[in-house]
Ligand binder design. Sequence first.
Ligand code: ADP
Ligand code: 5GP
Length: 206
Amino acid sequence: MIVKRGAVLVLSGPSGAGKSSLINKIIDEIGDCYFSISTTTRPMRPGEREGVDYHFVSEEEFKKGIERDEFLEYALVHGNYYGTSLKPVKEALAQGKLVIFDIDVQGNVSVNSRLGDITTSVFIVPPSLSELERRLRARGTDSEEVIQQRIENAKKEIQRVSEYDFLLINDDLDTAAEQLKLIAKVARMKLPTEEINEFIQKWENI
Ligand code: ADP
Ligand code: 5GP
């Protein structure tokens, strides 16, 4: 049972869309939130840090985590495993925090099936596929083969944009960050079904 007092904000979008850049820009300004650090089997990129960007583990360790039921959700993305640990999310929600996930379309489906009534989801894209390609190259962290794989995946992922509450076009970073801050504010206002029922009962009896 997950104690639900907080709220959830899911951010998805192609790799290179600017999710990390946007999160880093707004995280200190939106307050009382918890950014879920995922576990992955993908190799660490230059500049990334263990426990900050991801928990980097071997495939064997990841599979043990699956067996122990440690993940709220997990998925195979671009040939690597990525998963969200359940325990810190439970704790953050019990403290009433806004829990932010950077997860793929498969993860969004799983989170919505478990926490849909407190979840707000945003699909983030650059203005075009060619701009995505330019940003992936400019980031300089992935090989040509990996870039091509991510572009192919982006074409598939964008087909599922209608599964999200909001589409955010990350053209100018400052403008997109302001829009995301607004969405985060609204996400906090989403009430779990139990609280709505409780509110109606009280409201009728005042
Ligand atoms: P993601 O986390 O979605 O994979 P990143 O935040 O790593 O994406 O962004 C990919 C690259 O694009 C980075 O080099 C980043 O600096 C750059 N970038 C992000 N947002 C913008 C933007 N609005 N305009 C131009 N470049 C951007
Ligand atoms: P990257 O390798 O660029 O950091 O991430 C690749 C993709 O994996 C992105 O679409 C990102 O949102 C997704 N991802 C990262 N962590 C998780 C996770 O815990 N679960 C799921 N389902 N996807 C994740």
